[in-house]
Each structure stands twice: as structure tokens, then as C-alpha cells.
Ligand binder design. Structure first.
Ligand code: NAD
Length: 499
């Protein structure tokens, strides 16, 4: 059985804790590898080495660090197919989707080439007599990232690019469910010229995460995953005096106005609801048509499109729309929630429960489901299902639809489909959600803007990638300098405005 260890000080090493977890092939249900789960001692030793390596890396000028990112872009492009294949094998998503996962991470590495520009400080000439004042952004030192299973290339790259190019050493604790791609990325960073020890990839579970939280050398933590864990890490990390940003779960609503192009809206909903088996934090899981006629027409268009979806393994050819979910436990949870929807009175108009795929009977495949007449009091509306299940909640008016989305505890992404500019503008201004699409179902901002939700989808005040990432992974130092020619006699004890 293949054993997956850690990347420490520029080498793949075996775990020493004696604890391991199974890594599945979700398409077949077979265990394809075992991954080491790091102990506190392993984590602490890796952090200590990272802190030593950071001193020289942090002192390297930013354009040289940017060149490492530039070379990393070339290497990721070179190995794109290899990375995507490893990703599909452990995660289950289709090959084009896996390439998209790598691509959207790569774009943040491209952005990180510009570290020198991002880290330029501020300068005030003659802030007082003979006085200059300037600010600089310095790396935190050792920062850490804790990432989820659903984007095993993209989210680690979102963290590593800005953190490393800003001069930090970085400890990545990826998801134990699909750990191979982050290790491959670490090897590519080494090939790109990153000094050994500056990036450590430590596989593990709660024990490794708690060790990160307890380690006093780790100055900042960027987390992405489910909301309960996001909240846990945010609370404990902040209490320990660390800088912490935690991105959590989602329940993304798409509002469909009566004037929308309903064929376009239906196509968008099928892609955004069922792509990657619904395992995206920006998936649309709630469709909110406004008016009974809009709802009837929309559902009529959705049903044949959903019934036509091809579910299969990533090796099944280009026409496979989505693959299996990540584990048997994830599948069981989705099917339990489907039963909960039925029990609470929602109407299951596309029933994927009996889905079977010949030759892949033990795989974690879930057929597509569509619920109509879902209401806000139902568990399937309130909880993040993270599977191929779309709920239609019918709203009487635009105001009802807006209120519904605003009252939900999550606020990651949302979309409105309409031809009316006034309505779209009103929606964007009033909705309490972080990322808004206007006739765009999955409005993931590009690398040079920032990514983050509101409400229980995010804890902390800075977003991922874009300028916020450089703010998060650096701290500001402000220097006031006066030279002897500017010092007047008798001013040593004054604390007054500079004139
Ligand atoms: P998860 O919360 O189970 O795991 C995320 C990370 O936390 C993993 O590295 C895991 O090892 C660690 N972890 C798990 N349990 C822990 C515990 N008890 N204590 C300490 N650490 C623990 O999330 P997941 O299932 O891997 O990912 C899916 C979730 O991530 C969904 O809720 C999805 O919406 C969310 N997500 C959010 C965003 C975003 O930007 N808001 C992006 C992607 C995914």
C-alpha cells in the first residue's frame, strides 16, 4: 500500500507518529493509500526548522522571491496534466474540473510574482522639521494554512503564493482526504528555487491542527473548511494572540426574476448546482424563482437538464458532468439529508437515490436530486448539503427573495438573474453576502480581487488573495526619523503637533 508522508526541509519524509488515515479512490471506493497523521512533536520540529529558514528568505529581496513565483508558474503549467490526474484520483472530480482547480490556484501564483509592488511601503517627506516618516510591510515570520478537501490545489496555492512571496515561511496542513497534490506542489516550489525549510507540508488531522494553534512561533493562520471548525480555529487562534482568518461553509442562493432568460438561468443552475458534485463552497444550492409562473417555467426547464447529467469516474471521458463525492461518509450524509427533505414535505422532482454505475458499485457516486417547494424551516434549506442536491424555494416577490437570502446564516456567494439593471443594482447594494453575481452563477473573483464571504461563512476581517492576502501575511512597521539638523533645542520633552 502506498504511504504518503510529509514534505519537510526539502524532502519527502515518512511520518513517525504511528498514526495513519486511509485515502480513498472515490470512484471505486477502494483505499488507494495511507497518509501519515503528524504528532505535535513532528509539527513543532517542522515549525522550528521553518523559523530558521525564514530568516534568509525574509531578507531576500522581493523581486527575487517574485522570480521563484514566476518559475513556479512555468512548472505548474508544465505539470498541469500530472497534477490534475493525481487530483482527480484522490478527489474524484472530472479531469477538466481538476485542471480548473490547478488553474485558479496558478493565477494567485501569477499575482504573487508582483510581491515587490505589493510590499512597497509609504513615505512622507518632511512630516516635521527634518523629519521623515515611512511605513514598511514585513513578513509575519512563520505562517500556517489549514485547507479543505474540495480544492486540494487551488486553496493551498491561494495561501502559499502570497505568504511565501511576502517573505514568510509557511506550514501547510492540507486535507488528509486528498493529500498528494500539495506534496507535488511543494516539490515544484523547490525546483522553482524556494530554499528548503521555507515551505513545510505536514499531513494530519485535529492533532496537527491543535499543534499549530498551540505553537507560539506560528504568527498567522489562514483556514478554509467547514464553519464549526472555522469558528473553533478562529476562537482558539485569536485567544493565543495569532492573526487568524477562517473561511467557512455556504448556502448560496440564486434569485431568478420573472424577466430573466429562463433557459440561461436553468443552464447556469445546472452547472453551478451539480458541477463537482456540488462540493464547491460557491455552488448554488438554493434557487429562488420570483413568482409562481417563473417557478413553474424554471422547474420545467431544470428537470430534463438534470435528468440528462452524466455521472461517472474522471476516466469516463469528456462528457462526464460530475464524479463521486469524496467519502462514503459524505455520501451517507447527503442521502440522509435527502430523506430529511422528503420527511419535511419538500417535493423531490428529480430523485437520484437509486443511482448505480456498472463496474463502480462501491464508488461514492450520488445521483442528482432536485427538490421543489422547499421552505425556510426545513433542514435541507438550513444546512450545507455539499452534494448534488438543488432546492427550489418559491418566493412571491423580489423583497421576499432578498429577505430569504439575507436571513440565512451563511453569506458566501449569491447571484441574481434578471435583465433589469435597477433590480440588479439594488440587490448588489443591499444583500449581506460577500460575493455577488449578476447573471453569473459562480462569481469567484479573479486573483487580483479578493475572495471572502460574510456572516458565518467567514471569521476575521481580511479576505483571501488580491491585496488583502499581502496585508494578512505582513505587518506594518512605521518609522519616524529626524536628523541632527532638524532638532531644535528644548523640544525633547514636548508632545505636540509637528510644525
Ligand atoms: P473540514 O472543516 O472538515 O476540514 C478542513 C480542514 O480542517 C482540514 O484540513 C481538516 O483536517 C481540518 N479539521 C477537520 N476537523 C477538525 C477538527 N475537529 N479540529 C481541527 N481541525 C480539523 O472541511 P472539508 O470537509 O475538508 O471541506 C468542506 C468545507 O469547506 C465546506 O463546508 C465548504 O463550504 C468549505 N469551504 C469553504 C470555502 C470558502 O472559501 N469559504 C472554500 C472551500 C471550502
Amino acid at each position: 500500500m502506498k504511504e504518503i508522508g510529509h514534505w519537510i526541509n526539502g524532502k519527502l519524509v515518512k511520518g513517525t507518529s504511528g498514526r495513519m488515515a486511509d485515502v480513498f479512490n472515490p470512484a471505486t471506493g477502494e483505499v488507494q493509500a495511507r497518509v501519515a497523521l503528524a504528532s505535535k512533536a513532528e509539527l513543532d520540529a517542522a515549525v522550528a526548522d521553518a523559523a530558521r529558514a525564514q530568516v534568509a528568505w525574509g531578507a531576500t529581496n522581493p523581486q527575487k522571491r517574485g522570480r521563484v513565483m514566476m518559475e513556479m508558474v512555468r512548472l505548474i503549467n508544465r505539470d498541469m496534466d500530472k497534477l490534475a490526474e493525481a487530483l482527480s484520483t484522490e478527489h474524484g472530480k472530472t479531469f477538466p474540473d481538476a485542471k480548473g482547480d490547478v488553474q485558479r490556484g496558478l493565477e494567485v501564483i501569477e499575482y504573487s510574482i508582483g510581491a515587490a509592488q505589493m510590499l512597497k511601503g509609504e513615505f512622507t517627506d518632511s512630516a516635521g522639521p527634518g523629519i521623515d516618516m515611512y511605513s514598511m510591510r514585513q513578513p509575519l515570520g512563520v505562517a500556517a494554512g489549514i485547507t479543505p478537501f474540495n480544492f486540494p490545489a487551488m486553496i493551498p496555492l491561494w495561501k502559499m503564493g502570497p505568504a511565501l512571496s511576502a517573505g514568510n515561511a509557511f506550514i501547510l496542513k492540507p486535507s488528509e482526504r486528498d493529500p498528494s497534490v500539495p506534496l507535488m506542489l511543494a516539490a515544484l516550489f523547490q525546483e522553482a528555487g524556494l530554499p528548503d525549510g521555507v515551505l513545510q507540508v505536514i499531513n494530519g488531522d485535529k492533532e496537527a491542527v491543535d499543534a499549530i494553534l498551540d505553537n507560539e512561533t506560528v504568527q498567522g493562520i489562514g483556514f478554509v473548511g467547514s464553519t464549526p471548525i472555522a469558528h473553533y480555529i478562529y476562537s482558539r487562534g485569536c485567544a493565543a494572540g495569532k492573526r487568524v482568518q477562517c473561511f467557512g461553509g455556504a448556502k448560496n442562493h440564486m434569485i431568478i426574476m420573472p424577466d430573466a432568460d429562463l433557459d440561461q438561468a436553468a443552464d447556469a443552475l445546472v452547472g453551478a448546482g451539480y458541477g463537482a458534485a456540488g462540493e464547491r463552497c460557491m455552488a448554488i444550492s438554493v434557487a429562488v424563482p420570483v413568482g409562481e409562473k417563473t417557478a413553474d417555467e424554471l422547474v420545467k426547464r431544470l428537470i430534463p437538464r438534470i435528468e440528462k447529467l452524466k455521472v461517472g469516474p474522471w476516466t469516463g471521458g469528456n462528457d462526464v458532468d460530475y464524479g463521486p463525492v469524496v467519502t462514503a461518509a459524505a455520501k451517507a450524509n447527503i442521502l440522509r439529508l435527502v430523506e430529511s427533505g422528503l420527511a419535511s414535505g419538500a417535493k423531490l422532482v428529480v430523485d437520484g437515490r437509486g443511482f448505480k454505475l456498472q463496474g463502480y458499485e462501491n464508488g461514492f457516486f450520488v445521483g442528482p436530486h432536485l427538490f421543489d417547494h422547499v421552505t425556510a424551516d426545513m433542514e435541507i434549506y438550513q444546512k450545507e448539503i455539499f452534494g448534488p442536491v438543488l432546492s427550489v424555494v418559491r418566493a412571491k416577490t423580489y423583497e421576499d427573495a432578498l429577505k430569504l437570502a439575507m436571513d440565512h446564516e451563511y453569506g458566501n456567494g449569491t447571484a441574481i438573474f434578471t435583465r433589469d439593471g435597477d433590480t440588479a443594482r439594488d440587490f448588489a447594494a443591499r444583500i449581506n453576502v460577500g460575493m455577488i453575481g449578476i447573471n453569473v452563477p459562480i462569481p469567484v473573483p479573479l486573483a487580483y480581487h479578493t475572495f471572502g464571504g460574510w456572516k458565518k461563512s467567514s471569521f476575521g476581517d481580511l479576505n483571501q488573495h488580491g491585496p488583502d492576502a499581502f496585508r494578512f501575511y505582513t505587518r506594518t512597521k512605521t518609522i519616524t526619523a529626524r536628523w541632527p539638523s532638524g532638532i531644535k533645542e528644548g523640544s525633547a520633552f514636548n508632545f505636540k503637533a509637528m510644525d
